[in-house]
Design a protein around this ligand. Sequence first.
Ligand SMILES: Nc1ncnc2c1ncn2[C@@H]1O[C@H](COP(=O)(O)OP(=O)(O)OP(=O)(O)O)[C@@H](O)[C@H]1O
Ligand SMILES: [Mg+2]
Length: 349
Amino acid sequence: MSDFSNELLAAIPMPLILIGPDQRIAAMNPGAGEVFPGMGPGGHYLTVLRQPALSALVEQCLNSGEGGTARYVDRAMMREASYRVGAAAVMRDGARSVLLSFEDVSDVEWAGEMRRDFVANVSHELKTPLTALLGFIETLRGPARDDAQARERFLAIMEREAGRMNRLVADLLVLSRVESAERQRPTGRVNIEELVKTVLLSLQVLARSEEVSLTMSRRDDGSGPLTVQGDHDQLQQVLTNLIENGIKYGRKGGNLRVDLERFDRLPALRGPGVRISVEDDGDGFDPIHIPRLTERFYRIDNHRSRTMGGTGLGLAIAKHIVNRHRGRLRIKTEPGRGSTFTVLLPAPS
Ligand SMILES: Nc1ncnc2c1ncn2[C@@H]1O[C@H](COP(=O)(O)OP(=O)(O)OP(=O)(O)O)[C@@H](O)[C@H]1O
Ligand SMILES: [Mg+2]
């Protein structure tokens, strides 16, 4: 290879491997060196690129000059990486070589998988209430046609199921809106203490029906407003979701505490911030669930969440909003003693 060809290969970030007529590696660029650390010029290409689809492509290209693409999966790394490999014939000194280029398609494949999962989940979530609705409509038309009492009861259930679908669609819209704005930092100023008071007031009725007493306290010296840079409505949504969960999944007749504290420096945020923790004294749950709790539709107790009318999107929404605010959402729980959901938000100094 001439110096120029080598330099040309090295200047291209995409991993490239040139295989000579003798099936040995004639050249490779640093990008390829990162993907195949053990490989170097002179070695037979089959010692590293052993996957049948890829070797068939190389052979075809060396023999007939016809290029093409193949998928190559690299399992050597911590996570699986997929590549779309392009093969093209290159004539050099009258003999045919093959240039392989590796396009990393892992993210695209991962996004596709996420989307398929998501569509499947949404369909499933909508299917359950819809099936119930259709069933009741049929019953009301047929067997229960003249039964006024049954009619009332069924209508109440239908109303609840329709309400669930309504909430699900509304939550999905919120989620997609939050996601699309996730890269834009919010610009408003929000007084967290005032906001918590508003949210607690709005959840009074629910708290009373669960006999949960709500308290808010400041853990710092209480001087000065607890102000953060943020989006008022979105932060209200986060606090509502966390406090509502604390009431719903906490102890009937229990206590729910919201503690607020300002720090001149929060290590996790590398700067000043406000900590809001929502602590219930319910049953808590097995900490094994913590990493997945903020996934869409993830519920610990499916039945309980559904009977409470939950969509399983509350924490996913909260997580996205907190991310948008460059904050952190932390979850702690102790079975039998309760759970604490903590939000850290950067505050202007
Ligand atoms: N304070 C808590 N104590 C115990 N479990 C909780 C608590 N908060 C949340 N969970 C569990 O986490 C799951 C997910 O919560 P999330 O708020 O995302 O959904 P949801 O409450 O079921 O529905 P939604 O909030 O959309 O109405 C809940 O179903 C519940 O199992
Ligand atoms: Mg919830």
